[in-house]
Design a protein around this ligand. Structure first.
Ligand code: DOR
Ligand code: ZN
Length: 386
C-alpha cells in the first residue's frame, strides 16, 4: 500500500526501463488527450468556490468529463438544468483548455417523467442518467431504494430504447428490516441489482461506477461473457489503497470515499483487472471542503484526486503492466470511455513527461480549502501539450 508514487521504483521495473512508447522528441509519452467519465464539480450556486477551484483541474488534463448530477437542491432533473450546468462548466473549463467538453447526466428519481427523458435525450441535453441508491452517498436522498428497483424499471426500459447510458452507484444501503447494511457489504449486494437491470434491459448500456471489490470484478466478466453492454470505472484510490489508510495512526477522513475501501486482496484484484483490460478510467474526484471533512459526525465520503489520478493509473500500468503496458494504458485512459459513450476519441495529443512536482498540501479558492489525494508528496509525472 502506497502513500506516494515512487518514480525511482518505476525505472527498476521490467518493462518500464525500456521506455516503451516514449517519444524522445517530445520528451515523454505522447497520448490522445484522455477522458474522465466520472467527476464531481459541485454546484456553482451553492458551492461556487469549490466549483471554481476544481473545474480547471479537470479541464487541464482531460478532453472531456462526465459531471455528476448530485447537486443537492439543484440536482439535474431537467434538460434545461443539464444544459445550464454544462455551460457553466465549459465557460470555466475552456479558460484552461479551449476544446474542453462536458456531459451532464440526469439524476434519476423514482417518479421521473418519461417525457423529460425523451425530451432531454432528443434535444441532446443528456445521453446518460445516474442511478444513486437512496441515502447511500453525498446528495443521494432523492435516489432509488435498491431493495426494490421495480418502480424504476419502466424508466430504464425507455433509456434502453433510446440507447442512453445508465451510470450506477452500485450499493445497497438498507436491509429488509430498514437497518443499514454494513458498508463493506453494500457493493456485493448490488451485484444482484445490476443483474436484475441487465436481465430486464438486455441492451441497456450500464456503467458500474467506481468498482471496488473482487466479487464485482467477477460479476463484470460474467456479464461481459453473456454479451451485456457493461463497463466499469475504477477510481485511483481503490488501486492504491486498502481500508488500512482510513485508520493509519488514527482516523483519516480525508481518505474516505464511498464505496468504502476494501481489503488488500480486492485492491490487488482491481490492479490485475485493470492491467488485463477490464474497466476504464473514471477518477470519481469528489472534493469536499476541509470543514466538511473535519466534521466529527456525518463526514462526507469523497477524495479530491483529480490532480493526481491520471498519473496513478499511468504509473501502475508502467510499473506493473506487461509488454503492452503503454498501449493498454492508452486504451484505458483515452479510448474506452469514448467508445462506450459513443463519442469520438480526442484528436489532440498531450505528453506525459517525467517532470516531478510537489502535490500541494491543500488547494484553496475564496473560502474553500480542499486537501488533495497524496497531498504534499512528490508526483514524478506531469502533463504537457504536444
Ligand atoms: O465518495 C463519494 N463521494 N462517493 C460518491 O458516490 C459520491 C461522492 C460525492 O459526491 O461526494
Ligand atoms: Zn461519484
Amino acid at each position: 500500500m502506497r502513500l506516494h508514487i515512487d518514480g525511482t521504483d518505476a525505472k527498476a521495473r521490467p518493462h518500464a526501463h525500456t521506455y516503451r512508447g516514449f517519444n524522445e522528441a517530445q520528451g515523454g509519452w505522447v497520448i490522445p488527450r484522455p477522458a474522465n467519465p466520472h467527476v464531481h464539480f459541485r454546484d456553482p450556486e451553492t458551492q461556487s468556490d469549490i466549483f471554481t477551484l476544481v473545474v480547471p483541474e479537470t479541464a487541464k488534463l482531460y478532453a472531456w468529463a462526465t459531471a455528476m448530477p448530485n447537486l443537492g437542491k439543484n440536482r439535474i432533473r431537467t434538460p434545461e438544468q443539464a444544459i445550464a450546468y454544462r455551460n457553466r462548466i465549459l465557460e470555466l473549463g475552456r479558460t484552461v483548455n479551449p476544446t474542453f467538453e462536458a456531459t451532464v447526466p440526469l439524476y434519476l428519481e423514482p417518479d421521473i417523467d418519461h417525457g423529460v427523458i425523451r425530451g432531454g435525450h432528443e434535444s441532446g441535453a443528456f445521453w446518460a442518467a445516474k442511478l444513486y441508491p437512496k441515502n447511500g452517498t453525498t446528495e443521494s436522498d432523492h435516489g432509488i431504494d435498491f431493495r426494490d428497483i421495480r418502480p424504476i424499471l419502466p424508466t430504464l426500459k425507455v433509456m434502453e430504447e433510446l440507447d442512453m447510458l445508465c451510470l450506477v452507484h452500485a450499493e445497497v444501503v438498507l436491509d429488509q428490516y430498514d437497518e443499514l447494511v454494513v458498508d463493506r457489504f453494500r457493493e456485493g449486494l448490488a451485484i444482484d441489482v445490476i443483474d436484475r437491470i441487465l436481465r430486464h434491459c438486455p441492451k441497456l448500456r450500464v456503467v458500474f461506477e467506481h468498482i471496488s471489490s473482487r466479487a464485482s470484478i467477477e460479476a463484470y466478466w460474467r456479464w461481459r461473457r453473456k454479451g451485456c453492454h457493461i463497463e466499469a470505472t475504477i477510481a485511483p484510490q481503490y488501486l492504491l489503497w486498502n481500508s488500512s489508510v482510513l485508520f493509519e495512526r488514527g482516523m483519516n477522513p480525508i481518505n474516505f470515499s464511498i464505496p468504502i475501501l476494501k481489503d488488500e486482496e480486492d485492491r490487488v484484484a482491481l490492479v490485475e483487472f485493470m492491467l488485463e483490460g477490464g474497466g476504464m478510467l473514471g477518477t470519481d474526484s469528489a472534493p469536499h471542503d476541509l470543514s466538511a471533512k473535519s466534521r466529527h459526525e456525518h463526514c462526507p465520503g469523497g477524495l479530491f484526486n483529480e490532480p493526481v489520478g491520471l498519473f496513478i493509473y499511468f504509473h501502475l500500468f508502467r510499473t506493473l503492466g506487461g509488454e503492452q503496458w503503454f498501449e493498454q494504458f492508452v486504451d484505458f485512459a483515452c479510448r474506452k470511455a469514448a467508445h462506450f459513450y459513443n463519442v469520438p476519441e480526442s484528436s489532440e495529443e498531450v505528453v506525459i513527461a517525467e517532470e516531478a512536482w510537489q502535490v500541494p498540501p491543500r488547494y484553496t479558492h475564496g473560502s474553500a480549502i480542499i486537501i488533495p489525494m497524496l497531498a504534499d508528496t512528490v508526483m514524478p509525472y506531469s502533463l504537457k501539450r504536444a
